[in-house]
Design a protein around this ligand. Structure first.
Ligand code: RIB
Ligand code: CA
Length: 325
């Protein structure tokens, strides 16, 4: 089983990421970061989820409360005041660890081979860990993020929430040399939280299934929600669930309309917007300025998730939750 540290801001969809990771990977620890909710709430929520699935052996390390350069933006409109509204849950029996998330990430990666990182919240902790010990970029097997979008945002027309909340942290991460696997909203839009999905989860009939369905009942807001975070964890568990393109991505920091955008150079694909049948494996440049031109695209630096095998994803979620008591 691949060794994983999951940095997150639970968050209904983060909760599904935790449940997938705890069952299918060697989950070394969960670290928390301000994002969907305030640090205290998302940390409590991580403890709640792990207790719900009987995995109180997995330690939870609180990290940064928010970005170092801008005010924290939270998403109570999506996740409610607690960050995990919907299911009625009791306060967790366990306390989080005293050690800071960044210390846990750095110490673990520097002492353990083949650790994979996943981040399904703002990248504040990951950037802080890189600032403390740049070597971790070379040592990890990869960083799988739910964040950004190949050609769209959700928090703004251009930017996705996790990147927008701490764009400076994202810039640091994308310029660190760490191998990045980006699950953006262009991918997660292919992962609808519809009635059929929710009822399949509820029909599992155990505590995890009931808890998961109650989370989705709230998160779907009866409408058009998408299950973002577990798509990034699912990619680690079963790489066949996602088809990627290897592209150049950079983070916009100064755009009036585009701050927090993951600017993705689609010129590495053979048409401008990926139609259904485009060959995503092709690295033949399309209509790129000549070598030496200041406008020529930079070399690819990011594995960008482009297509989701949604039925396979749903099966993974249902099969995983079925394995809990
Ligand atoms: O934009 C979606 C992301 O923002 C998800 O990680 C969700 O949990 C929120 O953090
Ligand atoms: Ca999240």
């Amino acid at each position: 089983m691949r060794k994983l540290i999951l940095d997150c801001d639970p968050g209904h969809d983060d909760a599904f990421g935790i449940m997938l990771a705890a069952q299918n990977l060697d989950l070394l620890g969960v670290t928390t970061v301000g994002g969907n909710g305030y640090l205290e709430n998302v940390t409590r929520n991580a403890l709640v989820v792990l207790e719900k699935i009987g995995r109180t052996d997995v330690p939870v390390y609180p990290g940064h409360a928010g970005p170092s350069t801008t005010e924290l933006i939270t998403a109570p409109n999506v996740h409610g005041k607690s960050g995990l509204d919907g299911p009625v849950v009791s306060e967790p029996k366990r306390k989080p660890e005293k050690k800071h998330a960044v210390d846990f990430i750095v110490e673990t990666v520097m002492s353990t081979d083949h650790v994979t990182l996943a981040a399904t919240g703002p990248l504040t902790n990951i950037a802080a860990a890189l600032n403390r010990e740049p070597e971790i970029a070379k040592r990890v097997d990869g960083l799988y993020i739910m964040g950004g979008g190949a050609y769209a945002g959700n928090w703004t027309a251009a930017a996705e929430f996790n990147i927008y909340v701490d764009a400076e942290a994202a810039y640091k991460v994308f310029h660190s040399g760490m191998p990045i696997y980006m699950v953006g909203v262009n991918l997660t839009r292919q992962c609808p939280v519809n009635t059929e999905f929710i009822e399949k989860v509820r029909a599992i009939g155990n505590e995890a299934g009931t808890f998961g369905a109650e989370l989705l009942d709230f998160f779907s807001h009866g409408g058009d929600a998408h299950l973002h975070d577990p798509c990034a964890v699912a990619w680690i568990i079963d790489p066949s669930i996602i088809t990627e393109a290897y592209l150049h991505v950079d983070i916009e920091l100064n755009g009036t309309l585009t701050r927090g955008m993951t600017v993705t150079d689609l010129r590495f694909l053979q048409t401008s917007v990926p139609e259904k049948d485009i060959d995503l494996s092709s690295t033949k440049r399309w209509d790129d300025p000549p070598v030496g031109s200041p406008f020529r695209g930079k070399e690819p630096n990011t594995h960008v998730a482009m297509r989701l095998d949604y039925p396979k994803f749903v099966d993974l979620v249902v099969n995983t939750l079925s394995k809990y008591n």
